[in-house]
Design a protein around this ligand. Structure first.
Ligand code: NAP
Length: 265
């Protein structure tokens, strides 16, 4: 289990980080941990009330008051404004964490193009666009990027086709951009969580009973016999973003209680 010790990784003191998906789940937990580790934060999410609650938690744990840049990242103008406003506010950017994402259920027989487009739009296209606009600023600071991928990008599962494809794309994006930016000393990595307790599965359509069964199945599907917690992913994101990971780039890091090892390629 995760401990409440925020200092398992190096300090993020003095670093300015833009975190997407900060209004919920993994992005929210990462925001709080980054604040505890001394980072200054620009937070994106669509739900402004939730974003404010996360910002409050960041401030309560001794961090600086985060700067909020809410909006839908599938909207190109919002992405541009998110970067412009963050740079105008802080004058620099050291870390980009791409955590915003959606899950959708569906197979090749049931996933229509509308669902495919929606998943790709949020999980891949918006990440590509936001990263592209952040890169010139990250080059100036020799910064780093952490993408939130999934075990679904590394291993194959039925019934979540577009989602699996989107996360494979993020892993490939991570490795390619890592090679492109390595000469400029910008590091690019992804974390690949297994099942983590957040809102994402219920938002994809599971009701309370189905979700309880899904979590119970982690006893068999995850080697460690349980789902993960947001804080366990946040710790790894913070490590990869920190100077402690200064020689790590192009990595797709499983944070999945051994799930990837249980379904070999
Ligand atoms: N939980 C898991 O088991 C698991 C496993 C592997 C990978 N992941 C990945 O982890 C990442 C975070 O998911 P989570 O589990 O933390 O889910 P979550 O609790 O549902 O959070 C998703 C976040 O993404 C934001 N978001 C969604 N669509 C957006 C859009 N169009 N524009 C801007 N923000 C948008 C949401 O914002 P609002 O709430 O404000 O709308 C929310 O902050 C995702 O990329 C997901 O694929 C999760």
């Amino acid at each position: 289990m995760a401990t409440s010790d925020a200092f398992q990784v190096s300090s993020l003191k003095g670093k300015v980080a833009l975190i997407t998906g900060a209004s919920s789940g993994i992005g929210a937990g990462t925001s709080v941990l980054f604040a505890q580790l001394g980072a200054q934060l620009a937070l994106n999410g669509r739900d402004v009330e939730n974003l404010k609650k996360v910002a409050q938690k960041c401030a309560q744990c001794g961090g600086a008051e985060p700067f909020l840049v809410p909006g839908d990242l599938t909207d190109e103008e919002t992405v541009r404004k998110t970067v412009e406003q963050t740079l105008a506010h802080f004058g620099r950017l050291d870390v980009l964490v791409n955590s915003a994402g959606i899950l959708a259920m569906g197979s090749i027989e049931t996933t229509d193009l509308a669902q495919y487009d929606k998943v790709m739009d949020v999980n891949v296209r918006s990440v590509y666009h936001l990263t592209q606009l952040c890169v010139p600023h990250l080059i100036k600071t020799r910064g780093s990027i952490v993408n939130v991928s999934s075990v679904n990008g590394q291993r194959s599962f039925p019934g979540v086709l577009a989602y699996c494809m989107s996360k494979s794309a993020i892993d490939q994006f991570t490795r390619c951009v890592a090679l492109e930016l390595a000469p400029k000393q910008v590091r690019v990595n992804s974390v690949c969580p297994g099942v983590i307790v957040t809102e994402v599965h219920k938002r994809a359509g599971l009701d309370d009973e189905q979700y309880a069964k899904f979590l119970a199945r982690c006893k068999e599907t995850h080697a460690l016999g349980r789902p993960g917690e947001v804080e366990e992913v946040a710790q790894s994101i913070a490590f990869l973003a920190s100077d402690a990971a200064s020689f790590i780039t192009g990595v797709n890091l499983p944070i999945d209680g051994g799930r990837h090892a249980m379904c070999p390629r």
